[in-house]
Write a new protein. Structure first.
Length: 93
């Protein structure tokens, strides 16, 4: 993280108006507030949700395989009625 902060400060000194967009995958111990204070404009957490969903899917799959049915994962999945409300019925093709 120290190297990123140093680069940000030097960049801001030379380019104060150019937007800085960061993808803090390898320096995730630094908060967005700290990065903003150092000169970042946008932080993109590019793959954390995908990586988290993989682990959740793997856990659900193990429970389904162990039980031989899917009822055991009902408490950790989105209910069907809630999922249906996410569908945009005014979408154009």
């Amino acid at each position: 993280p120290a190297q990123i902060m140093s680069i940000l400060k030097r960049w801001r000194a030379e380019e104060p108006t150019v937007p800085v967009i960061l993808v803090p995958t390898t320096y995730n111990s630094v908060t967005e507030a700290e990065l903003e204070a150092a000169g970042a404009n946008i932080c993109i957490h590019a793959n954390q949700l995908i990586r988290a969903s993989y682990m959740a899917m793997e856990e659900a799959a193990k429970k389904i395989l162990a039980a031989g049915r899917s009822k055991e994962v009902d408490g950790q999945i989105l209910p069907t009625k809630a999922m249906i409300t996410l569908i945009d019925d005014h979408a154009t093709s």
